[in-house]
Design a protein around this ligand. Structure first.
Ligand code: ZN
Length: 287
């Protein structure tokens, strides 16, 4: 059966590779990779408490809370690149904030920030991190906010998890004011590391990643909703050494552990840039 690209709509996506019993297709027109989960795929169940702290569980994280320091440093730097709030009371929406570290950092930077989180388990952990009114529970593809009510929207390593990217980006465009900014990060399937790693690329993380975007695919997706790309570059992030070991274990050995690894120095974080994660800044055009 011919499958059209869910991002650029071009017909005839072809199989690229198979991993964990899942066939990932590739769009010849925009280069984006994707797979389409069946009707039994339930994100609400996938992103339960075990996703964030389940060392014995292949999906997700051994211990997401242990990443707090590294994630906060990364989010603070990404928010710095997005720019200051610009005016008192400027509003920022963070989609898929997990434990809310990016919302907390945005508030520290002077934004009036709120996160919209699908996972009830994560939102419960985020509430004390962000402070009052910092977290709403809901689906990014149906954001419960008024048109034009945000100055900035951020999606940090979230877009690849969303089954309906056009619905999500349409919501981003709807809630942004004209001239408002979108900042997002996602894996770059066209990067050298992704291409040479093949099916062992560390961002072919299944089943949570549904899309493997190319820069061209991102440009087309955003343009379809009046979001003009103003910057695209590969930036690094900080990761604790323990987490890097966890990722290597999962992507190279395909193994889970019984409990989070603990060893001296595991909590120290390092800057890492494999040039395979792209940061995109876009501006909402006037209607
Ligand atoms: Zn495409």
């Amino acid at each position: 059966m011919a499958v059209s690209c869910p991002v650029c709509r071009a017909p005839g996506a072809a199989p690229r590779l198979r991993k964990d019993g899942i066939e990932i297709l590739s769009c010849a027109a925009c280069g984006t990779g994707f797979w389409q989960p069946g009707p039994d795929f339930d994100p609400g169940a996938l992103y339960g408490a075990r996703y964030f702290e389940g060392a014995d569980h292949a999906a997700g994280y051994d211990d997401y809370a242990s990443l707090e320091g590294a994630l906060r440093a990364t989010f603070a730097r990404r928010l710095g690149a997005l720019g200051p709030p610009g005016r008192p009371g400027a509003r920022l929406l963070d989609l898929g904030p997990a434990y809310g570290f990016a919302v907390a950092e945005a508030r520290r930077a002077g934004w009036c920030a709120v996160g919209l989180e699908l996972s009830l388990a994560a939102a419960a952990r985020a509430a004390p991190v962000t402070g009052p009114g910092g977290i709403a529970v809901g689906n990014a593809q149906r954001a419960p906010f008024r048109d034009g009510s945000f100055d900035a929207v951020t999606l940090w390593d979230v877009l690849e998890h969303l089954a309906a990217p056009h619905a999500a980006i349409a919501e981003v465009a709807r809630v942004l004011r004209p001239g408002g900014r979108l900042a997002l990060t996602t894996g770059d399937v066209g990067s050298l590391v992704a291409r040479v790693s093949g099916r062992r690329w560390h961002l072919y993380t299944l089943p949570e990643h549904l899309f493997f975007y190319s820069r061209d695919g991102l440009r087309r997706l955003l343009a379809a909703h009046g979001l003009r790309v103003i910057g695209m570059r590969a930036e690094g992030a900080r990761y604790p050494i323990g987490y890097l070991v966890e990722r290597l274990r999962k992507s190279l050995l395909g193994r889970t552990a019984q409990r989070p690894l603990r060893f001296p120095g595991a909590g120290l974080s390092l800057p890492v840039n494999l040039f395979d994660v792209v940061t995109v800044h876009a501006e909402r055009e006037a209607a």
